[in-house]
Every structure is written in C-alpha cells, then in structure tokens.
Write a protein that binds this ligand. Structure first.
Ligand SMILES: [Zn+2]
Length: 137
C-alpha cells in the first residue's frame, strides 16, 4: 500500500489503490460537492441587474440599437462600470462581425434574450435616468 495525502482534508492515508485521492468516502463526497457547487453556482435572482441607466444607453449613440438589447448585454457587466467599458464591451460583442446586423440578430434570437425581453416588457426590468435613480435612493 502506498502512503498518500488526502486531497480534501490533507491527512495522510494508506491508499488501497494507486489512483486514490481521498482518505475516505466522506472526503470524496465533500470534494465532489465542492467541485459541483463551484462549477455551477445556483443562480441568484437578487444579484441580477433589474435597473438600468437610460443615460448609458443614450450615450452609446448608436442608431438602431434597441434598448432591450442594450440592457440584455449591459447586465453581463454588472454594477458600476464606466461608459468606456460599456462601449468596449458592446463593441466587442456585436461589432466584431463584418456585418454587425448578423450578430445583432443572432443575439436577439437566443432563448436567453427571449426570456429577458419578456421580463423587460412585464415591467420587471426598469430603465431610469441617473436623476431618477438618485432621487429614489
Ligand atoms: Zn480526507
């Protein structure tokens, strides 16, 4: 038998098999659980952005860019980011194509977009001007 160090608790143990990584089933399960939760954190709706700045959208100054599409992309950046970061991000996502409309339409055909649009239209997503947000706080 081979002496090994448990990958979960760090104790040394007698490995019955050369490919054993853990000292016990408990440690094996704990490690597996840890990996699973790290890989797919349960979605937390409270952390998702539901309020957006109208100003950020207006400052994009790109014609034909739908406000729902803007919010849909903007939510990936989360929280306080500069206008430059927003412009760069959207530029990178949409405008790296020869014909940006192809990419724009592709985004709008996804299931994620359809779900977001539904929430937007139901009033769950709000777009407010900076003034309105500051007066609410
Ligand atoms: Zn262990």
């Amino acid at each position: 038998m081979e002496k090994k160090k448990c990958k979960q608790c760090g104790k040394s143990f007698e490995a019955k098999r050369s490919d054993s990584l853990y000292c016990s089933n408990t440690c094996k399960q704990q490690a597996h659980h840890k990996r699973a939760t790290e890989k797919s954190p349960s979605p937390n709706k409270d952390q998702e952005m539901t309020v957006f700045y109208l100003d950020e959208y207006q400052n994009l100054n790109w014609e034909n860019f739908d406000i729902i599409t803007f919010c849909f992309l903007r939510r990936n950046l989360k929280g306080n980011v500069s206008q430059d970061e927003i412009n760069h991000y959207i530029n990178a996502v949409v405008w790296d194509d020869t014909d940006w409309r192809v990419k724009y339409d592709t985004i709008r055909r996804t299931k994620a977009f359809a779900d977001f649009q539904e929430r937007f239209l139901s009033g769950e997503i709000q777009v407010l001007s900076k003034k309105e947000i500051e007066s609410e706080a």
